[in-house]
Design a protein around this ligand. Structure first.
Ligand code: HEC
Length: 275
């Protein structure tokens, strides 16, 4: 009996996932949602034959697709920000706005391939297809389109300003790699401290002191004292109306703290002029 219920539930789950695909496009307060059926009815939908693509490298495939540019009609995409594509498994990565929106046939043109009722083949070694949506390119050789520019299992695009774009003077040297302690520490800072502290005068908080100007705590705190403060501000100086939160090991690990300290120390060498 139990088994039977489980099986019915499974069937229900399966049937609701079929045909219920949606593509979401977000930019600030703007949000557009397209269902598969709506996309298939859009002007400009056409068949595109791709000789070889990263999802199905073994043979040519003909997709039903709509020009990527038409999905973004009326959507504001400030070039200062970053457009990210988003996939059904949660993967997200940036994609170039001018390349995606290009409609000049002298360069590669991007299309959104739509998996309709007729299912695409399963991906090699996987149980799923490249659907519900797949970004493909017409004449990919014209603009040297790279493999990473063909995201499959797409479910949306989102434009946003990153903290570094919004507040450039809070960012570490762009030459530092993403896995450097300073860059990792910048993310720790954004997650835990930026709601209350500015850096170089930038940020939205009016609560705690600026952590870089005129002086950065790594310049005037003796070794070990910043960690004491972060674990519990009352460890360092005691008064009833302190507003800073405590961060225990679960909230901020020792490793994250080391990165955070590396970020702050690095920023002491990047003060805005005039301070
Ligand atoms: C809820 C807001 C809040 C958060 C979150 C917060 N702080 Fe604070 N912080 C304050 C306030 C307010 C002060 C001023 C003293 C007080 O009220 O405790 C302060 C003081 C400080 C000071 C002492 C500056 C000085 O010289 O007196 C340092 C350093 C500091 N914070 C670092 C951090 C770091 C690093 C983080 C992130 C791990 C952080 N703070 C998170 C609100 C916050």
């Amino acid at each position: 009996m139990k088994r039977c219920i489980l099986f019915t539930l499974l069937l229900l789950a399966l049937s609701s996932s079929v045909g219920a695909a949606e593509l979401t496009i977000e930019s600030g307060a703007q949000k557009k949602i397209f269902t598969t059926a709506q996309l298939l009815k859009m002007p400009g939908v056409k068949k595109i034959k791709v000789e070889k693509d990263p999802a199905y490298p073994d043979k040519a495939y003909t997709y039903t697709a709509v020009p990527a540019a038409s999905l973004f009609e009326g959507v504001k995409l400030d070039p200062k920000g970053t457009l990210q594509f988003h996939c059904t498994d949660g993967f997200a990565a940036p994609i170039s706005i001018p390349r995606l929106l290009n409609q000049d046939p002298r360069a590669s043109v991007a299309y959104l391939a739509i998996e309709g009722k007729e299912k695409w083949p399963k991906l090699r070694g996987g149980k799923k297809t490249a659907g519900p949506f797949y970004l493909i390119w017409e004449k990919p050789e014209l603009s040297n389109v790279g493999t990473e520019e063909w995201p499959f299992q797409l479910d949306g695009f989102k434009w946003q300003l990153s903290v570094a774009e919004l507040y450039p003077h809070t960012a570490p040297d762009a030459k530092l790699l993403g896995n450097s302690p300073e860059q990792k520490g910048y993310l720790v800072f954004q997650k835990n401290c930026f709601v209350c502290h500015r850096v170089n005068g930038e940020g939205a908080s009016e609560m705690g002191p600026d952590l870089n100007i005129p002086f950065n705590p790594t310049e005037y705190f003796q070794a070990g004292y910043l960690l004491k403060l972060v674990r519990n501000p009352q460890n360092l100086r005691k008064w009833p109306q302190s507003k800073m939160t405590s961060f225990n090991e679960a909230a901020l690990s020792e490793a994250d703290f080391k990165d955070l300290e590396a970020y702050l120390r690095h920023m002491a060498g990047r003060k805005v002029k005039g301070n």
